[in-house]
Design a protein around this ligand. Structure first.
Ligand SMILES: Cc1ncc(COP(=O)(O)O)c(C=O)c1O
Length: 405
């Protein structure tokens, strides 16, 4: 096989694009499974539920009817209308369908936003920890991601105050996610209002990733669209609608950006999958929404169980997350190297989790992410294995019994 040394050199930007650590662990987990080991997967950021059946039925019908040709770059008009309708019904917000752009996953929406906004050297403020791809989208568009250390005190989220503290003459945009990955925490509405004022008041762009918005427990979240029509608001079908592989998301852009967004979408994507867009129309039917709501209730039950069980065996979860399907646990009582810890857990206990280093650098070695995207019996088995593993390592180290918190 030809090596890169013999061919064209890689673009410099590639040095800033890192692999997700979790993928290395996932690959190893699969290898162990091939060898016959049983692995409890708590590392995967995708729902374990199937896509709602009305959606799959709509995909079959669209394919049968020959709905397989290119659609407009901004998306199937009926789907853009349906998304606007969803904001009206769920959030009581009027959003013009014109402002809704259908994208290849929310990933496509994030790339579109960064492509629209960044010049080389422009800084983008984001939380550390946060979704790993964000800093890479920024880097890909020649921007500079600036991770702001966010501890449990602020729910691991940016605040208007920390944004102001880290502002520089090069700051061009701020990215937040509510609920967030890896922490599942949300930004309370009053703080979101302050962030909007802070960022828009400085004539910079605010990107609000609401991909986990449907998955909140015990409360209803206000969409940023209810507070301003000048933010870039992202959502998608992957998480609440359990449609990861269909690769559909959307972005609502401020009106003034519509024309450039259309030009960029045409050139970057040409169009999203036609079949997936026809199928996604069925995601908004009462039947699909009822399925998604049942899944949400199950996620909530899993969260409550897992947060309690992990705390019992020595992890610290200072903020009970209000959404998504993650727990970001402080493991500093158990290890000072979360990557090694995750690796050992996989090799010896057969439990796969994600080390904090995937999400930034701030106290990354002291945190791991648990995804409760597996069944309750599997979660119980995972916790039992971790507890046994910890008892073993603690005994070997002659450590005192695990502290109950
Ligand atoms: C916060 C966040 N945003 C965006 C994405 C991208 O999701 P997709 O491209 O499947 O819509 C993810 C995926 O895990 C995520 O966690």
């Amino acid at each position: 096989m030809a090596s890169i040394e013999q061919g064209a050199p890689l673009a410099a930007r590639m040095s800033g694009i890192a692999t997700f650590q979790v993928l290395k662990l996932l690959a190893r987990a699969k290898e162990l499974e091939r060898e016959g080991r049983s692995i409890v997967h708590m590392e995967i950021g995708e729902p374990d539920f199937p896509t709602p059946s009305p959606v799959t039925a709509a995909a079959i019908a669209a394919t049968r009817d020959g709905d397989v040709h290119y659609l407009p770059a901004l998306g199937l008009p009926a789907l853009r209308e349906a998304i606007a309708g969803y904001y009206r019904e769920r959030h009581g917000v009027e959003v013009s369908p014109e402002r809704v752009i259908v994208t290849p996953g929310s990933s496509g929406a994030l790339l579109l936003a960064m492509g629209l906004l960044l010049n080389p050297g422009d800084e983008v403020l984001l939380a550390d920890p946060s979704y790993p791809a964000n800093r890479h989208f920024v880097r890909f568009c020649e921007g500079v991601p600036v991770g702001i250390p966010c501890g449990f005190e602020s729910g691991y989220q940016l605040t208007a105050r920390t944004i102001a503290q880290h502002w520089s003459p090069r700051t061009r945009a701020v990215m937040v996610a509510t609920p967030a990955n890896p922490t599942g925490t949300t930004i309370p509405e009053p703080e979101l209002r302050r962030i909007i004022d802070e960022v828009l008041g400085r004539r910079a762009a605010l990107v609000v990733d609401e991909i986990y918005h449907g998955l909140v427990y015990g409360q209803r979240l206000t969409s940023a669209l209810a507070l301003t029509d000048r933010a870039f608001v992202i959502n998608g079908f992957s998480k609440y609608f359990t449609m990861t592989g269909w690769r559909l998301g959307w972005i609502v852009v401020p009106e003034a950006y519509l024309d450039p967004a259309e030009r960029l979408a045409q050139n970057l994507f040409l169009a999203c999958s036609t079949v997936a867009q026809h199928a996604a129309l069925a995601a908004f039917t009462a039947e699909s929404l009822a399925i998604c709501e049942r899944q949400r209730a199950e996620f909530c039950e899993r969260r409550d169980y897992l947060a309690h069980a992990l705390t019992e065996i020595g992890f610290v979860i200072p903020v009970l997350p209000e959404g998504a399907f993650y727990l970001y646990a402080d493991c500093s009582r158990l290890t000072d190297n979360s990557f090694d810890f995750a690796q050992r857990l996989l090799e010896t206990a057969g439990v796969a989790i994600t080390p904090g280093a995937d999400f930034g650098t701030f106290r990354a070695n002291e945190h791991v992410r648990f995804a409760y995207t597996t069944s309750m019996p599997a979660l119980r088995e995972g916790v039992a294995r971790i507890a046994a593993h910890l008892r073993g390592t603690m005994n070997r180290a002659r450590a005192p019994a695990i502290v109950r918190v």
